[in-house]
Design a protein around this ligand. Structure first.
Ligand SMILES: [Zn+2]
Ligand SMILES: [Zn+2]
Length: 340
């Protein structure tokens, strides 16, 4: 079968691997669509510490059950998506019911072969049924949407809150989508002109981060009080400081994106305004379920968010994903010749 592999030394390329066989509690999926995430770009740039040469990349994918192990409840032909987390089951987090923050957390597509391939074998417990109302191409968006659902569910966002999402890339956009679903009025700070246009077309309000502590726009949109919740989905050098400045007294700052380097911020406004911080990481089982339900009912035109490439055009696809101009999410179509 075809694969797109990390070859080591910051190179990727097409490869061939034997079609894997599922054991009795696994399923083999004929992959239909797979999204390129920031993590895949880190891997291709040689910046991911865990990715080894020979790895089939890709952790955001949808497909069709090709072969189901005898102990599973899946049947061939069923449309599915994969929750790509691999937890150890024995560490404190796993035993305490938080396998998504497992001390030994891994992912398909990073630590084990993932979805940039014709087939993938995964445990049945990582697989979710996709109803007919969600096309397979949208199934590849569930994983990043689940990140947004998790961030909002772990936050204090309440109905009628005024919320700011800093960063209007795919993750920020899906955080905003989930926050709107929770009943909040959502503003998004983003500078990329293409993303700004999409954000407006999808009915969100654009917010310009103040460069010099000027709170005029914040006070206009929040009636002088500041945002109830600010999500930092950009992870920029100064975005955490902006988040603290823009949050209201006793507001909350949610750390969604984390930059590789440490950031310096003043503690004074955090203490004086009694700001709460909450960190969020990936998603839990329930977030994944809810993300699928959210997609089922979503009325926005999702096709504006993504562009689809065949696997053979992986270089163009990665280039488009890196530039982030003219497209929110880049997806591969891998289902050529398959019954989907
Ligand atoms: Zn991802
Ligand atoms: Zn664990």
């Amino acid at each position: 079968m075809r694969t797109l592999e990390y070859r080591g030394n910051a190179t990727i390329g097409l490869g061939e691997k034997p079609i894997p066989e599922p054991n009795k509690d696994q399923v083999r999926i004929r992959i239909a669509y797979a999204g390129i995430c920031g993590t895949d770009m880190h891997i291709s740039d040689g910046q991911h510490p865990r990715a080894k040469a020979g790895l089939t990349m890709g952790h955001e994918f949808s497909g069709v059950i090709d072969k189901a192990g005898s102990d599973t409840t899946f049947t061939a032909g069923e449309h599915v998506i994969v929750e790509p987390l691999i937890s150890c089951g024995t560490c404190y987090s796993c035993r305490a019911g938080f396998p998504h923050v497992c001390a030994n957390l891994g992912l398909y597509g990073i630590d084990q072969d993932g979805g940039f391939a014709d087939y993938c074998v995964v445990p049945a417990q990582s697989v979710y049924h996709l109803s007919d109302s969600v096309p397979l191409v949208h199934g590849a968006l569930v994983e990043p949407l689940a990140v947004g659902v998790h961030a909002v569910r772990l936050s204090r966002t309440k109905v009628m809150d005024t919320v700011l999402v800093i960063g209007g890339g795919p993750i920020g956009f899906f955080v905003a989508t989930a926050a709107r679903q929770a009943g909040a009025e959502v503003h998004i700070a983003e500078i990329n002109p293409f993303r700004r246009r999409i954000i407006e077309e999808m009915g969100f309000s654009l917010f310009d981060l103040p460069a010099d502590g000027d709170m005029t726009m914040r006070d206009e949109v929040t009636d002088g009080k500041g945002f109830d919740v600010v999500f930092d989905a950009a992870g920029g050098a100064s975005t955490l400081r902006s988040a603290v400045d823009l949050a209201r007294v006793r507001g909350e700052v949610v750390i969604v994106a984390v930059p590789p380097q440490e950031r310096v911020i003043s503690y004074t406004p955090i203490a004086f305004k009694e700001i709460s911080f909450v960190g969020v990481r990936v998603y839990e089982y329930y977030d994944f379920k809810r993300a699928i339900q959210l997609l089922e009912g979503l009325t926005i035109e999702l096709s504006k968010l993504y562009r689809v490439f065949p696997l053979a055009q992986y270089q163009e696809a990665f280039e488009a994903a890196k530039q982030g101009n003219g497209v929110m999410r880049v997806l591969f179509f891998l289902g050529e010749g398959a019954t989907l």
